[in-house]
Write a protein that binds this ligand. Structure first.
Ligand SMILES: [Zn+2]
Ligand SMILES: [Zn+2]
Length: 256
C-alpha cells in the first residue's frame, strides 16, 4: 500500500460538489460510508472492512448499497465495525427490514456465509487487519463517536471524527510520536460557534484554541467535514488565526 489514505469523501454535506465522509485506508478497508461509489476505483465487492465512526446518516448512508450492489457475486463477508451504540443504531434503524433488509441474516449466494457481520469496537482496544492497526479513541459529539489512530508502514495518523472540544484527542497525539498527520473536523465558520456548540462540531476559532493543547509542532494538520455553505468563510479563516497559520492547517487533499 503506497498510500496512507485515499479520500472518497471528506465533506460535511451531500451536494453536487460536496461528498460526505469516507476514507480508504487499504484497498479492502474504509472508514465511514458517506461516499463510496463515486470514487472507489475497484469493484466494491472487494471491500471487506468498514469502520463506522458514529451512526449519523452522513457517515453510514451508502452502507445499504455497499452490500446490495453486486450481491449475487460477492464472495467476501462485509464486516461493519462500530461502538456498541453505533452498531445497535445501524441494526435498529437501517438494516431492520423496514428501511433495508437485515443482511446479517441473509447468506451470500456464493459461499453461504452471512453477508454482513457486525463487530463491536471499544475505545483503546486496537484491531490489526492487513498490517494496519486501528485504535478507536473517544470523540466529543452528540452521540457516542469514535475517532481513530491508524498505524501503517511505521507511520500513523489520527482522525478526530465529528467532535467538539476534546482534550483526549490532543493528549493521544502528544503521547504517540508515530502520529505525523492529523485529520480534524471543522464543520462551520466561527460566526456559527453557537451552532457548533449545540451540534458538537468545531469551527476555525475553536480549532485554533484546541491547538494550544498540542505540545509538538512536527505535525501535518488537515481539516475535513466542512459544510458546503461554510467552505468560503472557513477558507478565509484559515489565514486569520495564529495557530492555524503556525501549523499551516489545510483542507484535506485527495490522497496522503
Ligand atoms: Zn455527526
Ligand atoms: Zn458528520
Amino acid at each position: 500500500m503506497d498510500y496512507l489514505l485515499k479520500v472518497l469523501g471528506s465533506g460535511g454535506s451531500k451536494t453536487k460538489t460536496n461528498a460526505t465522509v469516507s476514507l480508504q485506508i487499504a484497498d479492502n478497508m474504509l472508514i465511514d460510508a458517506g461516499n463510496i461509489f463515486q470514487k472507489y476505483e475497484f469493484d466494491t465487492n472487494k471491500i471487506e472492512h468498514v469502520f463506522i465512526s458514529h451512526s449519523h446518516f452522513d457517515h453510514i448512508l451508502e452502507l445499504p448499497f455497499l452490500i446490495e450492489n453486486g450481491f449475487t457475486t460477492r464472495t467476501k463477508q462485509l464486516h461493519i465495525y462500530g461502538l456498541q451504540d453505533t452498531i445497535a443504531n445501524i441494526k435498529k434503524f437501517m438494516f431492520n427490514d423496514y428501511i433495508w433488509p437485515d443482511f446479517s441474516l441473509i447468506p451470500l449466494l456464493t459461499t453461504g456465509e452471512k453477508s454482513i457481520v457486525f463487530n463491536e469496537i471499544e475505545f483503546g482496544t486496537t484491531l490489526y487487519i492487513n498490517d494496519i492497526s486501528i485504535t478507536p479513541i473517544p470523540a466529543n459529539h452528540i452521540v457516542p463517536t469514535a475517532g481513530f489512530v491508524i498505524e501503517k508502514n511505521d507511520r500513523a495518523f489520527a482522525l478526530s471524527s465529528d467532535t467538539y472540544l476534546n482534550n483526549d484527542f490532543w493528549k493521544t497525539i502528544n503521547e504517540n510520536r508515530k502520529i505525523d498527520t492529523v485529520l480534524v473536523e471543522i464543520s462551520f465558520e466561527s460566526a456559527l460557534n453557537g451552532l457548533a456548540q449545540i451540534s458538537k462540531h468545531l469551527t476555525p476559532q475553536l480549532l485554533d484554541r484546541e491547538l494550544e493543547k498540542l505540545k509538538r509542532d512536527d505535525l501535518e494538520i488537515y481539516i475535513y467535514h466542512v459544510k458546503e455553505s461554510s467552505i468560503p468563510a472557513v477558507t478565509e479563516e484559515l489565514k486569520n488565526y495564529s495557530n492555524l497559520k503556525k501549523f499551516d492547517v489545510k483542507f484535506l487533499p485527495e490522497q496522503l
